[in-house]
Design a protein around this ligand. Structure first.
Ligand code: GUN
Ligand code: ZN
Length: 429
């Protein structure tokens, strides 16, 4: 048994990113057995009650729930940082040439180590990961994730048109390779399978049917893709799918939109699409730095929440500018500010909710991770800046817990993390 001592911040009772209540407990202990939080209370009481427990002292700094990234691309670590291009040009010139290199399992192994290192280094403990177009590379990713111990849902990315030839598949191959990967990785330890057509722009109806067949035959599998990211892309998709009502319908017609679906972006959503996503219980991954870097647009968070659509955060590496969900939270806040009255004003507890519990809810893991209540897994991030660092100064002079948390979102980088735990295991020192 282990007692973790510290100041713990989380958002256990929030369900939407507005008016979120922050729970902040100082001089507190969490008692962890087999990775699960079994007791929580004043540190003095728990220490007296359990004198034989190992004690881990995290009182210098703050402890937050492990961060949850609901949209991040494994093969794009080396593509981070390209500026000045809209989506389709960025795909052609930056992302897709790099993704073709993952045909080599050796290349994929090096990228997988960089990718998983990037997640852990940023305090991300759970992620929905866009995999590779190559099954061998997806295996390599799962092996690395399994070795490090992260909670990852991922799968084979599939397309059968509009992309460079080495990245294309067929409906039959999609079904066979996806099911084979799911047999190896779905529901094993902390990994699950996600059916992943890249986007309707690169998928035929037959391919989307094959995706639906995989969803049906792999019980409890997840679905992820892109939607309504960029206006030129939305217009192309409307031409390709003349019978579809709109972009969301290109997936929904194949039964791919439901409570286990996470669609990335949705910047240019219609009311019909928002109503449909809400009624089907699907989630949207909001990727603020990506939307800004590619000039995709300002995400309509207010209309998502008003329609009752669940929203969580995604880094969208490599269009996004890094792995840090603190940076994504801050950028989400900026973008809502820029929308003026149409935006949803966000306070620091709303940002913490978006970066933790909202992701857990989107991924169906709300009973396991996302906050630090009794019964949850001990997935945690220790924010501990060096003495004299601007974040250290900020935390020491913060007026209240909400103020301290705002400083974390404004200033925290991976270099400020003193430790990261998944299921009670330390995955980063
Ligand atoms: N749409 C299709 N593929 C991608 C991708 O790799 N990144 C982003 N941001 N959008 C996409
Ligand atoms: Zn993406």
């Amino acid at each position: 048994m282990t007692l973790f001592l510290g100041t713990f911040l989380d958002t256990p009772d929030a369900n939407a990113p507005s008016g979120v209540r922050l729970r902040s407990d100082t001089d507190t202990a969490l008692r962890v057995a087999d990775g699960v939080i079994t007791a929580r209370g004043p540190a003095a009481d728990l220490r007296a009650a359990h004198p034989g427990d190992e004690v881990v002292d995290l009182r210098d700094g703050l402890v937050l729930p492990g961060l949850v990234d609901t949209h991040v691309h494994f093969p794009q670590v080396r593509a981070i940082g390209a500026l000045g291009m809209p989506l389709l040009e960025w795909l052609d010139r930056c992302a897709l040439p790099e993704e073709t290199r993952l045909a080599s399992a050796d290349y994929a192994r090096a990228v997988a180590a960089e990718f998983v290192g990037g997640l852990v280094g940023a305090g991300t403990t759970t992620a929905l990961v866009f995999g590779s177009h190559f099954a061998s590379a997806v295996d390599v990713l799962f092996e690395e994730v399994d070795r490090v111990g992260l909670r990852v849902t991922s799968g084979l990315v599939v397309s059968d048109r509009s992309l460079p030839e080495p990245l294309l598949s067929t409906p039959d191959r999609t079904y066979d390779e996806s099911v084979a990967l799911a047999r190896r990785w779905h529901g094993r330890e902390r990994t699950r399978y996600a059916v992943t057509p890249r986007f309707s722009y690169s998928a035929s109806d037959d391919l989307l049917d094959a995706c639906a067949a995989v969803m049906k035959d792999v019980a409890g599998s997840w679905f992820t893709s892109h939607v309504n990211e960029n206006q030129a892309e939305v217009a192309e998709v409307a031409q390709l799918f003349e019978e579809a009502e709109d972009y969301v319908d290109t997936y929904d017609r194949h039964g791919l939109v439901g409570p286990r679906s996470v669609l990335a972006h949705n910047v240019h959503a219609t009311d019909r699409e928002l109503s449909l996503l809400a009624s089907q219980g699907a989630s949207v991954a909001h990727c603020p730095t990506s939307n800004a870097a590619l000039g995709s647009g300002l995400f309509p968070l207010r209309s998502h929440t008003e329609h009752g659509v669940r929203v969580a955060l995604g880094s969208d590496v490599g269009a996004g500018t890094g792995f840090s969900l603190f940076k994504e939270g801050l950028q989400a806040y900026f973008m809502q500010q820029l929308l003026g009255p149409a935006g949803l004003p966000l306070a620091s507890p709303d940002l913490l909710f978006l970066a933790t519990r909202a992701g857990a809810l989107a991924l169906g893991l709300g009973d396991e991770v996302g906050d630090l209540s009794v019964g949850r897994q001990f997935d945690a991030v220790w924010v501990r800046p060096p003495v004299g660092d601007p974040l250290d100064v900020g935390l020491r002079h913060a007026s209240c817990a909400e103020d301290a948390l705002a400083k974390v979102f404004a200033l925290a980088t991976p270099g400020h993390l003193g430790g990261v735990w998944v299921g009670g295991d330390r995955v980063r020192g």
